[in-house]
Design a protein around this ligand. Structure first.
Ligand code: NFM
Length: 217
């Protein structure tokens, strides 16, 4: 299902995964002030993202069919997020970014509000897990690009790219995709439409998030 949607929406998908901000990191021309903006804003995003993942854990637990392996995958994602918050706390001072000073920009606020809406108990599990997969997969694909052979990613940004471009994170994204696909297989047409719309909204918000980072730089 998801592969079909990605083919159908390949233009926006490419816009989110090969954004000029990412291409700039990959070819070494990125404006470091844009990186700093992204870093601070992404810290705020991740803080809002954690409760969103927690809400999906609750949905998985409430599923009638056996979703215990779903829960393990989601929980492993939450454990990485715990580690990720520590990383932001150690990375930001290196760039002179003070966590307490970061003011959320509009694209970030819009994206966080979108996550908050998806946290509602009225939002079905297949819709929410599709969104979760898409959010993670955009970062995975984007940062993996910066680690490919021939990439000229600046040395001081390689660790950042490793965080989302590494193999373990790729496997986590694959597991999420499998979970989403399994639940979408059983879903009604109405639910499929909702999940497809959620996927599209994620891709749009991701493009806006990259745009925001670049604009401020
Ligand atoms: C805007 C955005 N999208 C996806 C991710 C990746 N998920 C968790 O870290 C992220 N950090 N920020």
């Amino acid at each position: 299902m998801i592969d079909t949607w990605l083919r159908k929406h390949s233009l926006i998908h490419t816009g989110a995964t090969r954004h000029p901000f990412i291409l700039g990191i990959r070819d070494g021309t990125v404006d470091l002030s844009a990186y700093k903006t992204w870093l601070g804003q992404d810290y705020l995003f991740v803080r809002a993202f954690i409760p969103f993942v927690a809400s999906i854990l609750i949905k998985a637990w409430k599923e009638s069919d056996d979703s215990s392996t779903d829960m393990e995958v989601i929980l492993s994602g939450m454990a990485s997020l715990n580690e990720e918050i520590s990383w932001f706390k150690s990375e930001t001072p290196k760039w002179g970014v003070q966590l307490s000073d970061i003011v959320p920009q509009k694209s970030n606020q819009d994206y966080c509000r979108f996550l908050e809406n998806l946290m509602s108990p009225d939002v079905e599990y297949p819709v929410a897990i599709t969104a979760l997969w898409a959010i993670e997969a955009v970062y995975q694909a984007s940062f993996a690009l910066c680690l490919e052979d021939g990439a000229k990613t600046p040395a001081e940004l390689r660790q950042t790219c490793q965080r989302w471009g590494n193999d373990g994170f790729r496997q986590y994204c694959n597991s999420l995709q499998q979970i989403a696909n399994r639940h979408l297989q059983k879903a009604s047409n109405d639910l499929l439409t909702k999940a497809e719309v959620a996927l599209l909204r994620v891709l749009e918000h991701e493009v806006e998030f990259w745009n925001m980072s670049r604009a401020e730089g």
